[in-house]
Design a protein around this ligand. Structure first.
Ligand code: SF4
Length: 336
């Protein structure tokens, strides 16, 4: 193992021992219609007339939740495009309906980018918007939309999206309201290694200030079906080094997540030796990365994640969204 990997592995084991986390969750994507048209995004459609465009009613979101439901699900992970017309009430009704039907399930919903968008549409501040969503059952924000903070890179890959500074400001507001979040970094497109480090330092500074981040998620870019289709996909070693550097720079984060959907299963397993301590979840019907050509399945039963972790010589820990253990190596603990 290269020296960088060894150092990251040591840093991870000092925090997490040999535990590797996963969650039993379901992803719900409510729309792919988005005003932003990010150039790296294969998922979005500009309007309802484009082939493949969809916008689910609250009843259809509930139907999806019921279809994905299995005993033991702890989290609904809900993200979508920045829809041009959906009012704040739509998001409130969605959360209230899910919270009413699944009271024990954590609702991790709406990236900072979506929150900013629907606050602007409603003519409210981000704090007012988050307060209303929290009252309807919002438990935490996912980490998407971070991409790379450097404005020059952002201008090339997602010129219409909120700035990195604004993204962090929305996160800061969420943390101040007692809403924890994750945070991501999309790497392997037009950014430099220096841009990645700059991004990590921005994230680290906010974590020092608020302590509100649960995990950091380096997302490996999939170029297929995007405007960057000519870019070769980043190799495994560079991806693993990025995980290692993330683990070492973010010494105020407990968890670094290797999202198997983006990485594929072999690289996810390797990432556990380069600083990662979480393989995310069972997922169920992921659309966003698959539109960009991910060859991974859309759902992995918990048993397969457990096997992947055990094969790496680690102890699988099923967790809830807030990293409270549900079961350790198959032995259940009650967290609700
Ligand atoms: S990445 Fe998100 S914000 Fe950008 S176009 Fe895709 S769905 Fe919209």
């Amino acid at each position: 193992m290269p020296g960088l990997g060894r150092l990251a592995d040591q840093a991870n084991r000092a925090r997490n021992g040999d535990r590797v986390y996963y969650i039993n969750n379901v992803h719900l994507n409510y729309t792919n219609i988005c005003v932003n048209s990010c150039r790296f995004c294969a998922y979005n459609r500009k309007n309802a007339l484009e082939p493949g465009a969809f916008f689910l009613s609250v009843e259809q979101v509930l139907a999806k939740a019921r279809a994905g439901w299995r005993e033991g699900v702890r989290e609904f992970h809900i993200v979508g495009g920045c829809h041009p017309d959906a009012p704040l009430e739509y998001y409130e009704e969605m959360l209230s309906a899910l919270a009413g039907e699944y009271p024990g399930v954590h609702l991790q919903a709406f990236t900072a980018v979506e929150v900013e968008h629907l606050a602007a549409k409603a003519g409210l501040t981000v704090a007012e918007t988050l307060t209303r969503l929290k009252a309807c059952g919002l438990g935490s924000l996912p980490g998407g939309g971070g991409e790379i903070f450097n404005p020059a890179v952002r201008n090339k890959i997602c010129p219409k999206k909120i700035s990195g500074e604004r993204f962090l400001e929305v996160m800061r507001t969420a943390h101040s309201l007692g809403i924890p979040t994750n945070v991501t970094m999309l790497f392997g497109h037009v950014e430099s290694r220096a841009d990645r480090v700059d991004h990590l330092l921005g994230v680290r500074a906010l974590q020092d200030e608020t302590g509100g981040f649960n995990s950091f998620i380096p997302l490996l870019f999939h170029p297929e079906n995007t405007e960057f289709g000519h870019i070769s996909k980043t190799g495994g070693l560079e991806a693993l080094k990025t995980f290692a550097v993330s683990r070492l720079v973010l010494d105020n984060f407990d968890h670094i997540k290797a999202f198997w959907i983006m990485l594929g299963l072999p690289l996810t397993q390797m990432a556990l030796f380069f600083g990662a301590d979480d393989v995310n979840g069972t997922v169920h019907e992921e659309k966003i990365t698959h539109e960009a050509g991910a060859g991974t399945p859309q759902y992995l039963p918990a048993g397969k994640l457990v096997r992947l972790i055990r094969e790496a010589g680690r102890t699988p820990v099923e967790r809830d969204t807030l990293y409270r253990p549900v079961s350790v190596d198959g032995r259940r603990r009650e967290t609700r």
